[in-house]
Design a protein around this ligand. Structure first.
Ligand code: ATP
Length: 239
């Protein structure tokens, strides 16, 4: 843990009922970094994000953001502190248009943020072209874009928690999503990226953690893990 760490998870244990899922788990995300959290199915990646967000508060350990202890905060309080979460599966409202999806997000906070729509549309021209299109008829990549755009409305986002943004997307579209993540990061958003697609995540990231059965089993610069073929195969099944 250094002064430059923005998000610090320190020795958390998380349970679903009686099931112990995360074991004494620690990780830190440097300000301005992209950090990958990778691992096989069921390793506990989503549970780690849920623990940070306050959806499944840890039974022990702490989560701090910029030095503020946010352990056990309700999800909406965590959001106010500056952490946004994009769940797996994107979950946009398929029967509503792009504009309606954004409007809903804009009104869910205390103040009306409609004026920020233009900023969002400038950043995501493909959404601009599709303002009137029902979200459910858009491609997976476009829906992911909408989910990201929506998460940026509301309180300022310092840290974005992204759960499997590449899931179910064609390789070309995965590249588009990777570009968006890179751009957001360049604009100053710190990112914790959970991915099954280890190659994609590690290519984007500064630092990497590997999770196995609720334990961190490897930590290194992302490039070092990417080049470590043995580790890639044994931890992630990537040949
Ligand atoms: P995936 O890549 O498949 O999404 P993951 O690494 O994100 O996996 P988690 O979703 O965090 O893994 O799940 C970790 C473990 O917790 C799994 O064994 C899972 O079955 C269990 N689990 C997840 N949600 C619940 C729940 N609501 N109740 C009980 N157990 C759960």
């Amino acid at each position: 843990v250094s002064e430059d760490d923005l998000l610090v998870v320190d020795s958390i244990d998380t349970y679903y009922g009686e099931s112990h899922i995360l074991f004494d788990l620690s990780l830190s995300v440097g300000r301005g970094d992209i950090v990958a959290l990778v691992g096989r199915n069921g390793a506990g990646k989503t549970t780690t994000l849920r623990s940070i967000m306050g959806l499944t508060p840890p039974a022990a350990g702490t989560v701090t953001l910029g030095g503020t202890d946010i352990t056990g905060f309700e999800p909406h309080e965590t959001r106010k502190e500056g952490i946004s979460w994009i769940p797996e599966g994107r979950r946009v409202f398929g029967g509503l248009t792009v504009e309606e999806n954004l409007r809903l997000a804009a009104h869910s906070g205390a103040d009306d943020q409609s004026e920020r729509f233009e900023e969002i549309y400038q950043r995501f021209p493909r959404l601009d072209e599709r303002r009137g299109q029902k979200a459910g008829t858009m491609s997976g990549g476009e829906q992911q874009m909408l989910a990201i755009a929506r998460s940026l409305l509301g309180p300022d986002t310092d840290v974005l928690l992204l759960d499997e943004p590449s899931e179910g997307l064609a390789p070309q579209i995965v590249e588009d999503v990777a570009d968006i993540i890179r751009e957001l990061n360049e604009e100053g958003v710190t990112i914790l990226l959970v991915e099954q697609n280890a190659n994609m995540a590690l290519e984007l990231s500064d630092h990497a953690y590997v999770l196995e059965n609720g334990n961190i089993v490897h930590e290194s610069p992302a490039s070092a893990l990417l080049e470590d073929r043995e580790a890639m195969e044994s931890y992630l099944g990537v040949k």
